[in-house]
Design a protein around this ligand. Structure first.
Ligand SMILES: NC(=O)c1ccc[n+]([C@@H]2O[C@H](COP(=O)([O-])OP(=O)(O)OC[C@H]3O[C@@H](n4cnc5c(N)ncnc54)[C@H](OP(=O)(O)O)[C@@H]3O)[C@@H](O)[C@H]2O)c1
Length: 311
């Protein structure tokens, strides 16, 4: 790809995606299928849940807060159409805590007849944090949720789903929400940190290394998504059977810039961040409905797209 192509490619793709939504598959495509969406009370997860439910799926959504889950269930069933009442069930999950991830898995297992019944799992929940915060497990919060929690969730789901391949006609799908911003981190700095005795994860999480430039809108977000890309590679390898074919098709997908609640955290940093966020979102961001169509497409990719990256 030439320099001009490389410079123009991302903005042009963003603008095209902003005005031309990806097509949805035909009605009934997900009839009777079970689709799990981790983090589906707002933004992309919520909009994806509406699409899947409208296309016939039974949707399992997660939230940290029961009242948010109930409100999302109500919204999804209303928006998906009169025949979809009862199509959504809710489970509690906080990607910030290991015990929440493991107890969620137990509840998921008892809510379905077996692993073969889970057709699609989308690991979507994620945050942008404007200030350094420590998680209950001692890691920086963005990394804890976007990288460690999402990876743990992916591993727990894969461990359960991959054993069911022989019981299914086709492989199930495991989709992760990545971001084009995984291309942004300073690789020289990361490489230096990787030489340190306590390892790269501790360095990326340390308060001293927290990106402190005042203009930085999303400190540690790009790092969290880059590290997630590495773990998705590994999860994809674990998803392969002895013949190399995926037992579960693993994808990572970047929906481009999408207007969701995630932007509110960036905007809350200062009037400057608010102005830039609203300008950038106004010019380039798609609606959550549009962005979520890309998640629906990712959940239908054939095995040749195992471990595909940002479009
Ligand atoms: N918006 C974009 O432009 C964009 C672009 C590329 C990638 N993404 C990725 O897309 C995903 C969804 O983002 P969004 O833009 O739709 O954001 P959003 O509107 O803020 O939604 C985030 C969702 O994640 C859940 N969540 C937050 N913290 C969680 C935690 N600790 N454990 C479990 N779930 C948690 C929230 O559910 P509860 O609060 O109810 O628990 C909510 O449903 C993220 O992974 C994000 O990085 C977004």
């Amino acid at each position: 790809m030439g320099y001009v192509d490389a410079v123009l490619d991302a903005p042009l793709q963003r603008l095209a995606g902003r005005f031309v939504p990806a097509p949805l598959p035909p009605a009934g495509t997900f009839d009777g299928q079970n689709v799990l969406i981790v983090g589906a009370t707002s933004g992309l997860g919520l909009a994806a849940a509406v699409h899947f439910a409208a296309l016939g799926a039974n949707v399992i959504i997660t939230s940290r807060v029961a009242s948010r889950a109930d409100a999302a269930k109500h919204h999804i069933e209303e928006a998906a159409g009169p025949s979809r009442k009862g199509a959504v069930s809710c489970l509690e999950l906080d990607l910030e805590r290991y015990d929440s991830c493991t107890s969620f898995m137990q509840k998921l297992k008892s809510s379905l007849p077996g692993p073969q019944a889970l057709d699609v799992a989308i690991v979507n929940g994620g945050i942008v944090n404007s200030h350094w915060e420590e998680s209950p497990h001692g890691w920086e919060k963005t990394i804890q949720i976007n990288t460690i929690g999402s990876t743990l969730m992916g591993l727990l789901l894969l461990g359960w789903m991959r054993g069911a391949r022989a019981l299914r006609q086709s492989p199930a799908h495991l989709v992760f929400l990545s971001s084009r911003e995984h291309l942004d981190p300073d690789l020289d700095e990361l490489s230096k940190w990787s030489q340190k005795e306590d390892g790269i994860l501790r360095q990326v999480c340390s308060k001293e290394n927290w990106p402190s430039h005042w203009w930085d809108a999303e400190p540690n977000y790009a790092n969290s998504k880059l590290l997630l890309m590495y773990t998705i590679e590994e999860i994809s390898r674990l998803a392969q059977g002895p013949d190399g074919d995926p037992l579960v098709i693993v994808n990572s997908v970047c929906p481009g810039m999408v207007k969701t609640e995630i932007g509110a955290n960036i905007a809350s940093r200062s009037w400057f961040h608010a102005l830039v966020t609203y300008f950038v979102l106004f010019v380039t961001a798609k609606t959550a409905d549009s962005g979520a169509r890309i998640l629906v497409q990712a959940a239908q990719k054939p095995k040749e797209n195992h471990v595909s990256r940002c479009p």
